[in-house]
Structures are given as C-alpha cells and as structure tokens.
Design a protein around this ligand. Structure first.
Ligand SMILES: O=C(O)C(=O)[C@H](O)CO
Ligand SMILES: [Mg+2]
Length: 259
C-alpha cells in the first residue's frame, strides 16, 4: 500500500505553517514534506512534528531568494559558499527532525551563462554535499522540474539527472521523481521509473494539466500507484498538488488507500 506524505507548501494553505502538521495527521497522512522549515526555529518545528505523530519525509535545502524569483542556487558559480552554508543549515534541521533525505533545487540558468560551467559547479556542489549528508546518514536528492512552470530551470529531464549522478560519482546522490513534472517533460512515466528505480529515493504526485489532485487530469494514478506497489517502492509518495477546492474536501482520491 502506498504511504502518503503531505507537502505543506502546497496543502493546507489556509492554515499557519505549524498548524498544518496536525491537519495532515488528522486527514490520514503518514509523513510531511515542504520546501523548507527555515522560517521557524528547528525546536518549534520538531515540537509540532512530535505532537502530530508524523514522520518527516523530506524538505529542500535552502534555495536562494524564492520569493524574489530564485529557484535554487546549486548551479550558480558565485553562490558556492552560500550553498555549502545551506547544507549545514539543512543538516541541522534534518537531525532534529529525524529526516533521512533532503532535496536540492538546481537553479535557473542565468542569461548568457556557459552551461558546461554551470554543470561543473552543480556537480562539485553535489559531490561535496552528498559526502557531508552521507556522514549524517541522510540521502541527497536532485529533482528535474518542468520548463513550462519554471522556464530556464537548469535540470529538467531524467536523462540530465542521470548524467549529473554519473559525474558526481556518489552513491549517496538520488533522484526525486515528480510524476507531474515528468509527465509534462517526457511521459513514459512507469518505464522510466522502472529503469531508474534504484536511483529514485522519493516520488511526488499531482495531475496534469493544472497540478491538481490525482484524478483531476490525464495521469492514471490508479495504475501508477499500484505499479509503484508492485515494483516494491516503499518510500513516501509526496502529495505536492494544489487542491482544487480545499485540501480536506479534495482527499477523496486517497480514501481507498487508507486502512
Ligand atoms: O516544485 C516542485 O516540484 C518541488 O518539488 C520543489 O521542491 C519545489 O516545490
Ligand atoms: Mg516536486
């Protein structure tokens, strides 16, 4: 049976951040994930997590000025120090939250940038970060993201992610496989999952078009989720969608999976 993680950067947007933890527990989720917990002291986040009884599935390492339009800094040559400091901060939170995986958002391609140089920077950053995370028993992930929602994003395909993994040469670097992004960019969702299964540490779901609940678009999630089960995927399934009505009202799709 799939195990679901509520992505609190997308779900329960009507509630203050720390109140979303209890709401997710009440609605049957087993774990939580979000972009980042950094606006709150780690002790407060840990208290809310403990009170909810949920697990911390994942969060992103600091990703630059998100509100200002940045989408990660990991490929940017002039941000290497900041990236390394961000890994330290992410590890501090991950330890307190007993979170076993963190995700890196690669960044936007600056106008006129040398792509080979960006790749070299990204690979160097990931190599260093994967080793530091391994020492802490935490997996490091990278996520291909679709170019329609984030034009100019550096990492937008599984083929590119595979190349980055190969160049980084770390056995602690994995792929976050987001079915929504991959449906837009390449399709062939399950065969690609099967091929990369050993390298996929986390999956996320939303339907297309619109990034709504499973069942509101073209992806056959009945088939997809039963395939994940059949193939032995035992990680969390991150629910990273924008509810069409309200989070709770839109959870009908999850009912068959709750025991
Ligand atoms: O956008 C996504 O798909 C992600 O998973 C990133 O973490 C940002 O939300
Ligand atoms: Mg995602």
């Amino acid at each position: 049976m799939p195990k679901f993680s509520a992505n609190l950067s997308f779900l329960y947007q009507d509630l203050p951040f720390l109140d979303r933890f209890a709401a997710a527990a009440r609605d049957g989720f087993g774990a939580l994930e979000y972009l980042g917990p950094y606006a709150e002291p780690k002790e407060k986040v840990a208290d809310a997590l403990k009170a909810s009884g949920l697990k911390q599935a994942l969060f992103n390492v600091p990703s630059g000025d998100w509100a200002g339009g940045e989408r990660g800094i990991a490929c940017l040559p002039d941000r290497v120090e900041e990236f390394r400091a961000g890994i330290s901060l992410a590890l501090d939170y991950a330890k307190v939250l007993d979170c076993r995986q963190v995700n890196v958002i690669s960044g936007l391609v600056p106008e006129g940038a040398d792509l080979e140089m960006l790749e070299k920077v990204l690979v160097g950053n990931l190599k260093n970060a994967a080793a530091r995370c391994a020492d802490a028993g935490i997996k490091l992930l990278i996520e291909p993201i679709n170019l329609r929602d984030i034009p100019g994003f550096f990492l937008s395909s599984t083929a590119h992610a595979e190349r980055i993994l190969e160049k980084a040469g770390s056995d602690n670097l994995y792929i976050q496989y987001d079915f929504y992004h991959m449906q837009i960019m390449q399709g062939d969702l399950i065969p690609t999952f099967v091929r990369l299964k050993e390298k996929i540490a986390h999956v996320q779901i939303a339907d297309n078009p619109g990034r709504g609940e499973p069942g509101t678009g073209e992806i056959n999630y009945g088939f997809t989720l039963s395939e994940l089960d059949r193939l032995g995927y035992d990680g969390w399934v991150g629910c990273e969608y924008r509810p069409k009505a309200g989070t709770r009202e839109g959870l009908g799709w999850m009912k068959p999976y709750l025991t």
